[in-house]
Design a protein around this ligand. Structure first.
Ligand code: ZN
Length: 276
């Protein structure tokens, strides 16, 4: 277990525009990568049964299934649809043996000005998902996103808030936290809130923040290309007892999604060994 690649997972969004799920499984395996995270649209394109078999045959550990949550809608019908969709995703995550279902908060409806209200709805609906997740043996990984995407993607924005939600839900191992360096690196409370999350961290996502970023979601940097001390954050996370994978997760419309995917995977392996 001393070879760094054994701790590396690649989130398949890193090769989103180049590879289908089957191509990603085979492509990562070709480079010696033994863990990955899977997205719902790609899984459904392939079919859950076929994907589960292929992942198993390739010896892939599935470190996460993306992306559940999005639970802030005010409209009751829309809210019900999202809860049903999340239940389906819990079942799919279980079918592929994922370690967790990643859960983001959801943004604000276009005419919604009540941020505390949206946060309260999201928390209530995570609570509604807990029994189904528990029955499926699936962990819901609350992932705070960077506050710059609060309106668009997630009213869950800080690790303090994720810890508070875990306290409020009191759901034991059914609810945990995903720490993503891209989303939390700026937080003055980072060290304290990671320490507080001891025993709750179920996923560790790594990406860098480019100082000249040109898109808040789709311009993530490869570890080593930006301003985040990823190794320092990894040490904080591992000091809590986390022994899981380091999942490289790069949304990159202007750069990595345009490159030869084999080159992308090669760079992931190198940078993980050097900068994570
Ligand atoms: Zn993430």
């Amino acid at each position: 277990m001393n070879n760094p690649i054994d701790r590396l997972s690649i989130n398949q969004v890193t090769t989103r525009d180049q590879w289908s799920l089957v191509e990603a499984i085979d492509g990562y395996a070709r480079h010696g990568v033994t863990a990955m995270a899977v997205w719902a649209d790609k899984l459904r394109e392939m079919g859950v049964g076929a994907a589960a078999r292929r992942l198993r045959d390739a010896g892939m550990t599935v470190t996460g299934y993306c992306a559940g949550g999005d639970l802030t809608a005010r409209d009751g019908v829309a809210a019900r649809r999202r809860i049903d969709e999340n239940r389906r995703m819990i079942d799919e995550a279980a079918a592929i043996g994922s370690r967790c279902l990643v859960v983001i908060g959801g943004g604000l409806d276009a005419d919604d000005r009540d941020l505390p209200g949206a946060r309260a709805r999201a928390l209530e609906r995570v609570a509604e998902l807990v029994p189904h997740a528990r029955a499926a043996g699936m962990t819901l990984a609350l992932e705070p996103l960077h506050p710059m995407v609060c309106a668009l993607r997630s009213v869950l924005t800080t690790l303090r808030q994720a810890n508070d939600w875990c306290d409020a839900l009191d759901a034991g191992p059914t609810v945990g936290i995903a720490v993503d360096t891209y989303c939390v690196w700026w937080d003055p409370e980072l060290a304290a809130q990671i320490a507080r999350a001891a025993g709750r961290i179920v996923a560790f996502h790594v990406a860098d923040w480019l100082p000249d970023t040109c898109d808040l979601r789709l311009d993530r940097g490869m570890p080593g290309d930006g301003v985040v001390d990823i190794a320092a954050i990894r040490k904080m996370v591992e000091a809590t007892g986390y022994t899981g994978h380091h999942e490289v997760e790069i949304f990159s419309a202007r750069n990595w999604w345009r490159r030869d995917p084999d080159e992308v995977v090669r760079v992931c392996v190198e940078r993980h060994a050097r900068s994570v």
